[in-house]
Design a protein around this ligand. Structure first.
Ligand SMILES: Cc1cc2nc3c(=O)[nH]c(=O)nc-3n(C[C@H](O)[C@H](O)[C@H](O)COP(=O)(O)OP(=O)(O)OC[C@H]3O[C@@H](n4cnc5c(N)ncnc54)[C@H](O)[C@@H]3O)c2cc1C
Length: 416
């Protein structure tokens, strides 16, 4: 196809979009303000999770969140500050946290997550990428009966959608993963989930794109957007100006700042999370697990054991809050006895910014007001999972093919 496209953002969304556009014969350039080695798509937990079909904004989350706000090592925090954007986001989040809205989102998240998982599997089958992809499932480890009761309700929903999910006793959990003896009331097993080592995938995916002819300009920051009528006429960066037929904004948590150049309101807050990777852990679990009460995710990866957690809404920054990292360490020690005597003092915490929309659903598509712009962002806790399907859908918009998934709930201008 004789088209030129410029994408801003070399995270999993930008790279996946470049991958499918390049396959369709489109001339693609990606620009990224960093050296592209450490965005949110690198240090995440690596889950590809159809099990996560319930959006973040769900009934009960507000009261739980308010309780967490009072504890400095808790997994969730909103920095109180008088920002109009944050106040609007909070208000929209509260409005989205209803049974009705959640029920409407579930089938869409099911379609997005399951199709994206298939696309990852296709990429890994067709390309030479070794990223440690496994699909024997994910354990939701509950220390209390109350947490277990809530997780079991999710099993019912997952089963209704044909996803493999079941409740396990402590003994059954240990049979499934004999390498850890979790302190637990029980667990829920989601056999539908897979995982990989995201940094390994990202590095090889980038090389593959470059080998296939995609141009990637790192250390190039988009600073302004020029328009002519209903069209973008150029991306203005600190290096040079870029012209193209179509432009894609896939800039993760920075996307709303870029959309402001076009006077389009994109309610989105950066949700900071931390991770660290232990190269030689005292035990290597066979399965990834979410320590449910602490909201901590653990993953056996190619180069070590990764632990990830927290959701801090505190603006765009990568500052590490030691109390919250300690909170993650304490939860691992409490839930996984094998780590009780491990010296965590040598860990190097990593911070990443999840792009969080108020309703937990991404923005994917073409805004009404600009004819040659596509947006793909706002995937929050599911951005690693949803990279390929987002890239596929944006490619279908650009090449004029019919969309694999169509929904007003993904509308980029749904809050304008
Ligand atoms: C601790 C943690 C654990 C997670 N675990 C999982 C998980 O297990 N499974 C899952 O599905 N998701 C997970 N996520 C979420 C997932 O990592 C993110 O949603 C996803 O990586 C976002 O990808 P992205 O491409 O949208 O953005 P990013 O990866 O953030 O990439 C955006 C890029 O845009 C560039 N950019 C921004 N502004 C400009 C500009 N003006 N000019 C040029 N370039 C610009 C940035 O430099 C950046 O490289 C986790 C996140 C965290 C923090």
């Amino acid at each position: 196809m004789d088209k030129k496209v410029v994408i801003v953002g070399a995270g999993i969304v930008g790279l996946s979009t470049a991958y499918y556009l390049n396959k369709a014969g489109v001339d693609v350039t990606i620009i990224d303000s960093t050296d592209g080695k450490d965005n949110c798509s690198y240090g995440n937990a690596g889950y590809i999770s159809p099990s996560h079909i319930i959006p973040l904004a769900s009934p009960g989350i507000i009261s739980q969140g308010l309780k967490w706000m009072l504890n400095k090592s808790s997994p969730f925090y909103i920095k109180p500050k008088l920002s109009q954007d944050l106040l609007k986001w909070g208000w929209l989040f509260k409005k989205a946290a209803t049974d009705k809205r959640v029920k409407a989102a579930i089938p869409l998240l099911y379609d997005l997550t399951t199709q994206s998982q298939k696309l990852y599997e296709e990429i890994l089958r067709e390309e030479t990428i070794e990223a440690g992809y496994h699909k024997p499932g994910l354990l939701m480890v509950c220390q209390t009966k109350e947490a277990l009761k809530h997780e079991v309700e999710l099993v019912e929903i997952a089963n209704q959608y044909g996803l493999e999910a079941s409740q396990l006793s402590k003994e059954e959990t240990e049979r499934m993963d004999p390498n850890v003896h979790y302190n637990m009331a029980g667990s829920v097993y989601f056999g539908c989930d897979g995982w990989m080592t995201p940094n390994a995938f990202m590095e090889q995916f980038k090389s593959l794109l470059v080998n296939n002819g995609v141009k990637i300009d790192f250390k190039t920051e988009l600073q302004a957007i020029e328009t002519k009528g209903n069209k973008i006429s150029g991306f203005v960066t600190d290096k040079k100006n870029y012209q193209a037929d179509e432009f894609v904004i896939a800039a993760g948590s920075w996307s709303p700042l870029l959309m402001k150049h076009l006077k389009i309101d994109l309610p989105l807050q950066a949700g900071k999370g931390y991770s660290f990777t232990i190269e030689n852990p005292p035990t290597m679990p066979k399965l990834p697990s979410i320590l449910v009460e602490a909201r901590v995710a653990t993953t056996p990866m190619l180069h070590g054991f990764r632990v990830a957690g927290t959701m801090e809404i505190s603006g765009i920054n990568h500052e590490v809050n030691p109390a919250r990292v300690q909170g993650i360490i304490d939860s691992v020690k409490e839930a996984m006895p094998e780590f009780q005597n491990y010296g965590f003092d040598t860990i190097k915490p990593w911070a990443g910014l999840r792009p969080c929309t108020p309703d937990g659903l991404p923005y994917i598509g073409r805004p009404r007001s600009i004819d040659n712009l596509l947006v793909g962002t706002g995937h929050a806790m599911l951005g690693w999972t949803l990279g390929p399907i987002t890239g596929m859908l944006l490619t279908q918009y650009i090449t004029g093919q019919s969309l694999d998934i169509e929904s007003n709930l993904l509308n980029v201008e749904r809050y304008n």
